[in-house]
Design a protein around this ligand. Structure first.
Ligand SMILES: [Zn+2]
Ligand SMILES: [Zn+2]
Length: 343
């Protein structure tokens, strides 16, 4: 089968290979991949800014159809449409595993970095970490369950948006848009900020329900943003741009005792105004990918249309053209780029 692999260190260490399809174990299901999204983490893996256990098939945001089930699997059958959580290898016995916090297990390996992932025609995953896709959700939409689960983890399990909160989303990419949708679903008044390059994205943010959008490069941006919160500052700021200037803007625009949420990786050490964090008594939280609880909630948000991700799917590319797909994701052209391994 075709598989996009991180084979070795360096940006040239990624290649489309022919490999043997995986063999299903007793407690696993074999999934024919429909679509697999390219994530910021994949870009970090390519550039060796995030650890990977190469040679490894990349990809962790996927949807697909069950084509084979292991002997002991009784909760899935051939033909089921599925997604799965990503932390598929854990020790099963440490205090984090016992609390269902799989990402925090010292032995954890996730699909697409620690073990073979979804940028391939087929993949196997443990059946106990897979979920049926609700009938109201398309396979394309379901491929965004993973990033949505990460946003749920940050904003609803680690952080918390209350109805009426002023929520600032900095960086209108895919994670920013998902943060907007999740904050809206929780009753937040959401303001999305970006730069001059983001004008199209900021327009989409308005269409998706943002109360206001602001280009931070405009002269009176800070004053306008403060006015939008009746000069009090934001209750919550979600950093989705992955650059330090955005993180520091968030700290500046938060009210005292507000909450800063780091949505994604920066890919390097950054400078934060930590004294201002202290003097404003700001809570700083984040989330390391997602946990099974986040998946259940993300699927419910999709099923009942509290969150509609359809407008965020902008590029669908056959896996043979993976270089084009990576370039689109790297240059942030459109929103989510999906790789299609089976067409
Ligand atoms: Zn991801
Ligand atoms: Zn463990």
């Amino acid at each position: 089968m075709k598989a996009l692999m991180k084979k070795e260190k360096g940006v040239d260490g990624v290649a489309l290979e022919r490999v043997e399809p995986p063999v299903v174990k007793t407690n696993e299901i074999k999934v024919k991949i429909h679509a697999a999204g390219i994530c910021g983490t994949d870009i970090h893996i390519i550039h060796d800014q995030y650890p990977s256990n190469f040679p490894v098939i990349m990809g962790h945001e996927y949807s697909g159809t069950v084509v084979e089930v292991g002997e002991e699997v009784d909760n899935f059958k051939v033909g089921d449409r599925v997604v799965s959580a990503t932390a598929v290898v854990t020790c099963g016995g440490c205090s984090y595993c016992n609390q269902g916090l799989l990402m925090l297990c010292d032995q954890r390996k996730s699909i697409g970095s620690g073990v073979h992932g979804a940028f391939a025609e087929y993949m196997v995953v443990p059946a106990n970490l897979a979920y049926n896709i609700p009938s109201s959700v398309t396979l394309d939409e379901a491929a965004l369950t993973e990033p949505l689960a990460c946003v749920v983890r940050c904003m609803m399990e680690r952080g918390r948006v209350d109805a009426g909160d002023f929520v600032l989303v900095s960086g209108p990419g895919t994670m920013g848009m998902l943060s907007l949708l999740v904050a809206k679903a929780n009753g937040g008044n959401v303001v999305v900020i970006g730069t001059s390059q983001d004008s199209e994205r900021l327009n989409l943010a308005l269409e998706l329900g943002a109360t206001a959008v602001v280009n931070v490069e405009e002269e009176d941006a800070e004053q306008r943003l403060m006015e939008l919160t009746n000069k009090k500052g934001f209750d919550i700021a979600v950093e989705c741009a992955g650059v330090s200037v955005s993180a520091n803007n968030c700290i500046k625009l938060l009210r005292k005792q507000g909450m800063l949420i780091q949505m994604g990786l920066f890919g390097k050490k950054i400078e934060l105004d930590s004294d201002l964090l202290l003097m404003k008594e700001i809570d700083y939280t984040n989330g390391y990918a997602s946990e099974p609880t986040s998946w259940e909630r993300a699927l419910r948000l999709l099923e009942h249309k509290h969150v509609d991700v359809s407008s965020l799917i902008s590029n669908k590319i056959p896996i043979e053209k993976w270089q084009t797909a990576i370039r689109l994701a790297e240059q942030k052209i459109g929103y989510k780029t999906l790789l299609l391994p089976n067409i």
